[in-house]
Design a protein around this ligand. Sequence first.
Ligand SMILES: Nc1ncnc2c1ncn2[C@@H]1O[C@H](COP(=O)(O)OP(=O)(O)OP(=O)(O)O)[C@@H](O)[C@H]1O
Ligand SMILES: [Mg+2]
Length: 289
Amino acid sequence: METITSTSLELPLLRKGKVRDTYVLEGSLLMVATDRLSAFDVVFREGIPRKGEVLNRLSAFWFEKTKKIIRNHFVTLELPKVNNLPGYLKGRSMVVEKCTPLPLECVVRGHITGSAWKEYQKKGSVCGIQLPAGLHDGSELPNPIFTPSTKAEKGHDENIDEKRARQLVGDETFETVRQKSIELYDFADAYARKRGLVLADTKFEFGLDKDRKVILIDEALTPDSSRYWLEEKYDVGILESLDKQYVRNYLEGTGWNKSPPPPPLPPEVVQKTTERYLQAYAMLTGKKL
Ligand SMILES: Nc1ncnc2c1ncn2[C@@H]1O[C@H](COP(=O)(O)OP(=O)(O)OP(=O)(O)O)[C@@H](O)[C@H]1O
Ligand SMILES: [Mg+2]
Protein backbone atom coordinates (compact mmCIF):
# COMPACT_ATOMS: atom_id res chain seq x y z
CA MET A 1 0.00 0.00 0.00
CA GLU A 2 1.18 3.49 -0.91
CA THR A 3 2.22 6.01 1.73
CA ILE A 4 0.45 9.29 0.98
CA THR A 5 1.81 12.58 2.33
CA SER A 6 0.12 14.97 -0.07
CA THR A 7 -3.04 15.03 -2.12
CA SER A 8 -4.19 16.99 -5.12
CA LEU A 9 -7.75 16.20 -6.13
CA GLU A 10 -9.84 17.76 -8.87
CA LEU A 11 -12.13 19.25 -6.23
CA PRO A 12 -12.09 22.65 -4.52
CA LEU A 13 -9.74 22.54 -1.53
CA LEU A 14 -11.20 23.85 1.74
CA ARG A 15 -8.18 23.38 3.96
CA LYS A 16 -4.87 21.58 4.28
CA GLY A 17 -4.34 20.76 7.95
CA LYS A 18 -1.28 19.23 9.49
CA VAL A 19 -2.62 15.74 8.84
CA ARG A 20 -5.86 15.97 6.89
CA ASP A 21 -6.74 17.60 3.55
CA THR A 22 -10.36 18.65 3.20
CA TYR A 23 -12.14 19.11 -0.11
CA VAL A 24 -15.56 20.54 -0.93
CA LEU A 25 -18.30 18.31 -2.35
CA GLU A 26 -21.83 19.37 -3.17
CA GLY A 27 -23.39 20.00 0.24
CA SER A 28 -20.70 18.10 2.15
CA LEU A 29 -16.94 17.70 2.58
CA LEU A 30 -14.42 15.01 1.71
CA MET A 31 -11.85 14.66 4.50
CA VAL A 32 -8.71 12.81 3.48
CA ALA A 33 -6.45 11.47 6.23
CA THR A 34 -2.91 11.45 4.85
CA ASP A 35 0.03 9.54 6.37
CA ARG A 36 1.61 12.79 7.55
CA LEU A 37 2.78 12.93 11.14
CA SER A 38 2.94 16.08 13.23
CA ALA A 39 4.59 16.29 16.62
CA PHE A 40 4.95 19.47 18.68
CA ASP A 41 2.96 21.11 15.84
CA VAL A 42 5.68 20.42 13.27
CA VAL A 43 4.92 18.21 10.26
CA PHE A 44 7.59 15.61 9.46
CA ARG A 45 8.86 14.79 5.99
CA GLU A 46 8.41 11.06 6.39
CA GLY A 47 4.98 9.54 6.04
CA ILE A 48 3.87 6.81 8.47
CA PRO A 49 2.59 3.85 6.41
CA ARG A 50 -1.06 2.93 7.18
CA LYS A 51 -1.53 5.86 9.58
CA GLY A 52 -4.13 7.70 7.50
CA GLU A 53 -6.24 4.60 7.15
CA VAL A 54 -6.06 3.87 10.89
CA LEU A 55 -7.17 7.41 11.72
CA ASN A 56 -9.99 7.37 9.20
CA ARG A 57 -11.39 3.91 9.96
CA LEU A 58 -11.01 4.28 13.71
CA SER A 59 -12.85 7.61 13.62
CA ALA A 60 -15.66 5.97 11.66
CA PHE A 61 -15.76 3.14 14.22
CA TRP A 62 -16.08 5.57 17.13
CA PHE A 63 -18.58 7.83 15.37
CA GLU A 64 -20.87 4.82 15.03
CA LYS A 65 -20.35 3.72 18.66
CA THR A 66 -20.89 7.19 20.15
CA LYS A 67 -23.78 8.51 18.07
CA LYS A 68 -26.20 7.73 20.90
CA ILE A 69 -24.26 10.20 23.07
CA ILE A 70 -24.12 12.98 20.48
CA ARG A 71 -24.75 13.31 16.76
CA ASN A 72 -21.63 13.62 14.60
CA HIS A 73 -20.57 14.75 11.12
CA PHE A 74 -19.93 11.27 9.67
CA VAL A 75 -21.79 10.47 6.43
CA THR A 76 -20.00 7.57 4.73
CA LEU A 77 -16.70 5.84 4.01
CA GLU A 78 -17.89 5.21 0.44
CA LEU A 79 -16.02 7.25 -2.14
CA PRO A 80 -18.25 9.92 -3.68
CA LYS A 81 -19.26 9.48 -7.31
CA VAL A 82 -16.94 12.13 -8.68
CA ASN A 83 -14.76 11.68 -11.75
CA ASN A 84 -11.03 11.07 -11.49
CA LEU A 85 -10.75 10.34 -7.78
CA PRO A 86 -7.52 8.41 -7.17
CA GLY A 87 -7.81 4.87 -5.80
CA TYR A 88 -5.60 5.61 -2.80
CA LEU A 89 -8.53 7.51 -1.22
CA LYS A 90 -10.30 4.24 -0.45
CA GLY A 91 -10.14 3.67 3.30
CA ARG A 92 -8.44 6.95 4.05
CA SER A 93 -11.27 9.35 3.24
CA MET A 94 -14.65 10.11 4.69
CA VAL A 95 -17.61 12.19 3.54
CA VAL A 96 -18.73 14.50 6.36
CA GLU A 97 -21.30 17.22 6.93
CA LYS A 98 -19.85 20.67 6.54
CA CYS A 99 -19.99 22.49 9.87
CA THR A 100 -18.72 25.65 11.48
CA PRO A 101 -16.01 24.44 13.88
CA LEU A 102 -16.12 25.90 17.40
CA PRO A 103 -12.87 27.69 18.32
CA LEU A 104 -12.13 25.25 21.15
CA GLU A 105 -10.13 22.03 21.46
CA CYS A 106 -12.15 19.99 23.95
CA VAL A 107 -9.57 18.01 25.91
CA VAL A 108 -10.62 15.47 28.55
CA ARG A 109 -8.09 13.91 30.89
CA GLY A 110 -8.73 10.88 33.07
CA HIS A 111 -5.02 10.62 33.86
CA ILE A 112 -2.39 13.27 34.30
CA THR A 113 0.50 13.24 31.83
CA GLY A 114 2.08 15.34 29.06
CA SER A 115 1.51 19.10 29.20
CA ALA A 116 -0.94 18.72 32.10
CA TRP A 117 1.69 16.88 34.14
CA LYS A 118 4.15 19.75 33.47
CA GLU A 119 1.54 22.36 34.50
CA TYR A 120 0.60 20.40 37.64
CA GLN A 121 4.22 20.16 38.75
CA LYS A 122 4.56 23.94 38.49
CA LYS A 123 1.17 25.05 39.85
CA GLY A 124 -0.65 22.11 41.44
CA SER A 125 -3.53 22.80 39.03
CA VAL A 126 -4.39 22.29 35.35
CA CYS A 127 -6.40 24.89 33.38
CA GLY A 128 -7.38 26.48 36.67
CA ILE A 129 -8.62 23.18 38.14
CA GLN A 130 -7.01 22.44 41.51
CA LEU A 131 -5.83 18.81 41.78
CA PRO A 132 -4.91 16.66 44.79
CA ALA A 133 -1.28 16.73 45.96
CA GLY A 134 1.06 13.79 45.41
CA LEU A 135 0.08 12.78 41.87
CA HIS A 136 2.74 11.21 39.65
CA ASP A 137 3.08 11.05 35.87
CA GLY A 138 0.20 8.83 34.72
CA SER A 139 -1.89 9.00 37.92
CA GLU A 140 -5.60 8.44 37.48
CA LEU A 141 -7.57 11.54 38.48
CA PRO A 142 -10.47 11.30 40.96
CA ASN A 143 -12.76 12.35 38.08
CA PRO A 144 -11.98 13.10 34.43
CA ILE A 145 -11.36 16.81 33.93
CA PHE A 146 -12.24 19.07 31.00
CA THR A 147 -9.20 21.15 30.05
CA PRO A 148 -9.97 23.05 26.84
CA SER A 149 -7.41 24.84 24.73
CA THR A 150 -7.57 27.39 21.95
CA LYS A 151 -7.37 26.31 18.31
CA ALA A 152 -4.31 28.24 17.21
CA GLU A 153 -4.14 28.91 13.45
CA LYS A 154 -0.38 29.21 13.72
CA GLY A 155 1.85 27.89 16.49
CA HIS A 156 0.78 26.01 19.59
CA ASP A 157 -2.66 25.59 21.13
CA GLU A 158 -2.85 27.24 24.50
CA ASN A 159 -4.52 25.79 27.61
CA ILE A 160 -7.25 28.10 28.89
CA ASP A 161 -9.40 28.29 31.99
CA GLU A 162 -13.17 27.95 32.14
CA LYS A 163 -13.81 31.69 32.09
CA ARG A 164 -11.88 32.18 28.85
CA ALA A 165 -13.54 29.13 27.25
CA ARG A 166 -16.99 30.49 28.14
CA GLN A 167 -16.07 33.81 26.50
CA LEU A 168 -15.05 31.99 23.33
CA VAL A 169 -18.20 29.90 22.75
CA GLY A 170 -20.86 31.26 25.13
CA ASP A 171 -22.18 29.71 28.36
CA GLU A 172 -24.77 27.38 26.88
CA THR A 173 -22.43 25.88 24.28
CA PHE A 174 -19.67 25.60 26.87
CA GLU A 175 -21.93 23.55 29.16
CA THR A 176 -22.92 21.31 26.25
CA VAL A 177 -19.41 20.58 25.02
CA ARG A 178 -18.04 20.04 28.51
CA GLN A 179 -20.78 17.58 29.43
CA LYS A 180 -20.65 15.73 26.09
CA SER A 181 -16.85 15.56 26.11
CA ILE A 182 -16.81 13.93 29.53
CA GLU A 183 -19.60 11.54 28.60
CA LEU A 184 -17.72 10.55 25.43
CA TYR A 185 -14.50 10.06 27.37
CA ASP A 186 -16.18 7.89 30.04
CA PHE A 187 -17.83 5.72 27.42
CA ALA A 188 -14.65 5.28 25.36
CA ASP A 189 -12.42 4.62 28.39
CA ALA A 190 -14.78 1.91 29.67
CA TYR A 191 -14.86 0.39 26.18
CA ALA A 192 -11.07 0.53 25.80
CA ARG A 193 -10.52 -1.11 29.20
CA LYS A 194 -12.50 -4.15 28.14
CA ARG A 195 -9.96 -4.46 25.32
CA GLY A 196 -6.80 -4.03 27.34
CA LEU A 197 -6.24 -0.33 26.81
CA VAL A 198 -6.45 2.72 29.08
CA LEU A 199 -7.65 5.95 27.46
CA ALA A 200 -5.46 8.42 29.34
CA ASP A 201 -6.74 11.55 27.61
CA THR A 202 -8.29 12.69 24.37
CA LYS A 203 -9.33 15.73 22.37
CA PHE A 204 -12.67 16.34 20.68
CA GLU A 205 -13.81 19.05 18.33
CA PHE A 206 -17.37 20.21 17.97
CA GLY A 207 -19.06 22.31 15.33
CA LEU A 208 -22.39 23.89 14.56
CA ASP A 209 -24.47 22.15 11.89
CA LYS A 210 -26.76 23.99 9.46
CA ASP A 211 -29.42 24.29 12.18
CA ARG A 212 -26.78 25.74 14.58
CA LYS A 213 -26.91 22.54 16.68
CA VAL A 214 -23.69 21.36 18.37
CA ILE A 215 -22.37 18.11 16.86
CA LEU A 216 -19.12 16.13 17.11
CA ILE A 217 -16.76 16.75 14.16
CA ASP A 218 -13.14 16.20 13.12
CA GLU A 219 -11.57 12.88 14.18
CA ALA A 220 -12.67 10.85 17.18
CA LEU A 221 -10.61 8.88 19.70
CA THR A 222 -7.72 8.12 17.34
CA PRO A 223 -4.06 7.61 18.38
CA ASP A 224 -3.42 11.13 16.99
CA SER A 225 -5.98 12.79 19.24
CA SER A 226 -5.70 10.46 22.24
CA ARG A 227 -3.26 8.69 24.50
CA TYR A 228 -3.86 4.95 24.74
CA TRP A 229 -1.81 2.92 27.22
CA LEU A 230 -1.48 -0.85 27.44
CA GLU A 231 -3.43 -1.75 30.57
CA GLU A 232 -1.20 -4.66 31.62
CA LYS A 233 1.84 -2.35 31.55
CA TYR A 234 -0.04 0.50 33.23
CA ASP A 235 -0.92 -1.78 36.12
CA VAL A 236 2.79 -2.30 36.84
CA GLY A 237 3.63 1.40 36.51
CA ILE A 238 4.80 1.55 32.89
CA LEU A 239 3.26 4.01 30.42
CA GLU A 240 3.45 2.10 27.12
CA SER A 241 1.75 4.26 24.50
CA LEU A 242 0.05 2.99 21.38
CA ASP A 243 0.00 6.47 19.86
CA LYS A 244 2.13 9.47 18.95
CA GLN A 245 3.75 9.62 22.38
CA TYR A 246 6.28 7.07 21.14
CA VAL A 247 7.53 9.58 18.54
CA ARG A 248 7.45 12.47 21.01
CA ASN A 249 9.60 10.46 23.43
CA TYR A 250 12.06 9.63 20.65
CA LEU A 251 12.27 13.34 19.69
CA GLU A 252 12.73 14.47 23.31
CA GLY A 253 15.84 12.30 23.37
CA THR A 254 17.38 13.83 20.23
CA GLY A 255 17.86 17.34 21.61
CA TRP A 256 15.82 18.85 18.74
CA ASN A 257 14.51 22.34 19.66
CA LYS A 258 10.97 21.56 18.39
CA SER A 259 11.09 24.31 15.76
CA PRO A 260 11.08 23.68 12.01
CA PRO A 261 12.79 22.18 10.14
CA PRO A 262 12.03 18.76 11.62
CA PRO A 263 14.85 16.24 11.98
CA PRO A 264 14.63 13.08 9.85
CA LEU A 265 12.80 10.17 11.47
CA PRO A 266 14.84 6.94 11.37
CA PRO A 267 13.14 4.07 9.48
CA GLU A 268 12.89 2.09 12.71
CA VAL A 269 10.92 4.87 14.43
CA VAL A 270 8.61 5.11 11.41
CA GLN A 271 8.02 1.35 11.42
CA LYS A 272 7.42 1.15 15.17
CA THR A 273 4.92 4.00 14.89
CA THR A 274 3.01 2.14 12.19
CA GLU A 275 3.00 -0.97 14.39
CA ARG A 276 1.60 0.95 17.35
CA TYR A 277 -1.17 2.57 15.33
CA LEU A 278 -2.12 -0.80 13.84
CA GLN A 279 -2.10 -2.42 17.27
CA ALA A 280 -4.39 0.27 18.72
CA TYR A 281 -6.78 -0.26 15.82
CA ALA A 282 -6.77 -4.05 16.23
CA MET A 283 -7.23 -3.98 20.00
CA LEU A 284 -10.07 -1.44 19.91
CA THR A 285 -12.03 -2.85 16.99
CA GLY A 286 -11.14 -6.53 17.39
CA LYS A 287 -10.18 -6.55 13.70
CA LYS A 288 -6.87 -6.42 11.86
CA LEU A 289 -6.61 -3.64 9.33
N1 LIG B 1 -17.32 18.75 9.64
C1 LIG B 1 -16.39 19.71 9.54
N2 LIG B 1 -16.67 20.88 8.94
C2 LIG B 1 -15.72 21.84 8.82
N3 LIG B 1 -14.46 21.73 9.28
C3 LIG B 1 -14.10 20.58 9.91
C4 LIG B 1 -15.05 19.52 10.07
N4 LIG B 1 -14.44 18.51 10.73
C5 LIG B 1 -13.17 18.93 10.97
N5 LIG B 1 -12.95 20.17 10.50
C6 LIG B 1 -11.70 20.94 10.55
O1 LIG B 1 -10.79 20.36 9.60
C7 LIG B 1 -9.45 20.39 10.09
C8 LIG B 1 -8.86 18.97 10.07
O2 LIG B 1 -7.55 18.94 9.64
P1 LIG B 1 -6.32 18.59 10.60
O3 LIG B 1 -6.77 17.85 11.81
O4 LIG B 1 -5.24 18.05 9.77
O5 LIG B 1 -5.97 20.05 11.03
P2 LIG B 1 -4.84 20.44 12.05
O6 LIG B 1 -3.67 20.95 11.31
O7 LIG B 1 -4.69 19.37 13.06
O8 LIG B 1 -5.46 21.67 12.70
P3 LIG B 1 -6.33 21.67 13.97
O9 LIG B 1 -5.34 21.88 15.09
O10 LIG B 1 -7.24 22.82 13.70
O11 LIG B 1 -7.04 20.34 14.06
C9 LIG B 1 -9.53 20.95 11.50
O12 LIG B 1 -9.20 22.33 11.49
C10 LIG B 1 -11.00 20.82 11.89
O13 LIG B 1 -11.42 21.83 12.76
MG1 LIG C 1 -6.54 18.18 13.94
